[in-house]
Design a protein around this ligand. Structure first.
Ligand code: ADP
Ligand code: MG
Length: 235
């Protein structure tokens, strides 16, 4: 299904948001790097897809109604075997109840740095692109930066330079420098999504993990639709 149709259908169904999996489809269509993942319905399918993706994997409940998955115990990370995957599948399906699209089996990205990138539609300024550090950094300092969309790569690069913790984008604890071009491309793409998709009120990529080689990949994504409740918790 093309992306416009996917968004339109969600609007028609009165959804407040897109699920993580659907949100990532939108991001991927704008060339934002996202996790390799599969949406499955059974334990055996989960185990099989985990083996195909490669261990370790992460399992999550997938639903447009669940905005904060880890709060409900609906995320299981570091699953190293098909047995682990089957156990996590049972546990998450039990906690999530019947109203989910299925379970996401997803590659586990390992890295010590997390970014929080997004888009907000401001009533006065229109779509604005946001960049900041995620994880512990978010809680310790308010280190985010905004620009009105659309933005180009030069503006996106300026945004990264404005972050107080920008040194974390350099080589860090034995990990390679972050791929700044890929982060900048992601910010430009977020602005473009906002400009081109009126029904989208907000996008949260939280986190985009910087792996030990410096590559970036969106491991969680949430697209909130207009009329949907604005996400107040950035985790
Ligand atoms: P929530 O809806 O609670 O924000 P997330 O999908 O962001 O759920 O998962 C919670 C945390 O688990 C993330 O902040 C991240 O630290 C970790 N995590 C989730 N998915 C992955 C993944 N694919 N690889 C590595 N870590 C992950
Ligand atoms: Mg998250």
């Amino acid at each position: 299904m093309d992306i416009k149709a996917l968004i339109q259908k969600a609007v028609e169904y009165g959804q407040q948001a897109l699920s993580e999996h659907d949100s990532k489809k939108v991001l991927a269509s704008y060339n934002i790097p996202v996790t390799k993942e599969a949406l499955v319905q059974t334990k055996d399918e989960a185990a099989q897809n985990a083996a195909e993706i490669g261990f370790p994997v992460v399992l999550k409940a997938c639903s447009h109604e669940v905005m904060h998955k880890s709060e409900g115990g609906l995320v299981a990370v570091s699953l190293n075997s098909q047995e682990d995957v089957k156990a996590a599948f049972s546990d998450i399906t039990k906690k999530a109840g019947p109203d989910i699209d299925g379970i996401l089996v997803q590659e586990m990205v390992s890295g010590q740095r997390e970014l929080m990138l997004g888009l907000l539609r401001d009533p006065q300024f229109g779509p604005c692109v946001m960049a900041g550090f995620g994880g512990i950094m978010t809680e310790v300092i308010n280190d985010t930066c905004f620009r009105m969309a659309p933005i180009d790569n030069i503006e996106a690069d300026d945004m990264l330079d404005e972050l107080r913790a920008k040194a974390m984008l350099e080589a860090f604890r034995g990990q390679k420098p972050a791929d700044r071009k890929a982060i900048s491309d992601t910010l430009v793409a977020l602005g473009k999504i906002g400009m081109e998709n009126d029904p989208i009120a907000e996008i949260d990529i939280n986190p985009m993990i910087i792996d030990s080689n410096g590559a970036v990949i969106a491991v969680d994504a949430l697209i909130v639709l207009k009329g949907g409740q604005i996400n107040d918790n950035n985790n």
